[in-house]
Design a protein around this ligand. Structure first.
Ligand code: ZN
Length: 185
């Protein structure tokens, strides 16, 4: 999907950063860097043009109130405070109310929110809200484990630190959460 990013503007900005840090933007290794970075930004912000509803609108009828769980959904996103990557895994569990969605669609839903400038906390909430409202789920649990390169490659340089965030919506008791975490092991 085509994004509306102004690649020329990004190229100019990257060239200015290179100059500002004392580099020569025309040297062999750097001469294509501005255009590469511009294309990269187009890719990592592609989610702004995607509507989460598109991934959750085609559903299947489903009888019962058993938990649907998908875990280890990979994601890579961009921290809005440092413009550096953070990445990890998402767990989505929901209690359907008459309809479920194809499992691959949950992965696409995650991507649609991850390919934006993000905070892990908000990413977690947005996924939970979308599943809750679009599927009319009775209850939703989303857990994200993320590694932030703005913490590991700069600043406090705590390599291996994992940030865990959780969001629940609707009917989701502590007992159900423990049960889901047990299944997810
Ligand atoms: Zn950051």
């Amino acid at each position: 999907m085509q994004n509306n990013v102004d690649k020329e503007k990004i190229e100019q900005a990257v060239k200015m950063i290179l100059e500002a840090i004392g580099e020569d933007p025309n040297r062999e290794g750097l001469k294509d860097t501005p255009s590469r970075v511009a294309r990269m930004y187009e890719e990592i912000t592609a989610g702004y043009n995607q509507d989460p509803k598109d991934y959750l609108c085609r559903t299947f009828n489903f009888d019962g109130e058993d938990v649907v769980l998908e875990k280890d959904i990979d994601f890579a996103s961009t921290c809005e405070h440092h413009l550096m990557p953070f990445f990890g895994h998402v767990l989505i569990a929901y209690i359907p109310d008459g309809k479920i969605v194809g499992l691959s669609k949950l992965g696409r839903l995650v991507d649609c929110f991850a390919k934006r400038l993000q905070m892990q906390e908000r990413l977690t909430q947005q996924i939970a809200d979308a599943v809750f409202s679009e599927l009319n789920a009775k209850g939703v649990l989303v857990i994200i484990e993320g590694e932030h390169t703005c913490m590991t490659a700069r600043g406090i340089k705590k390599v291996g630190t994992i940030t865990k965030t959780m969001a629940t919506r609707g009917y989701m008791t502590n007992e159900m959460i423990s049960h889901i975490l047990e299944i997810a092991k």
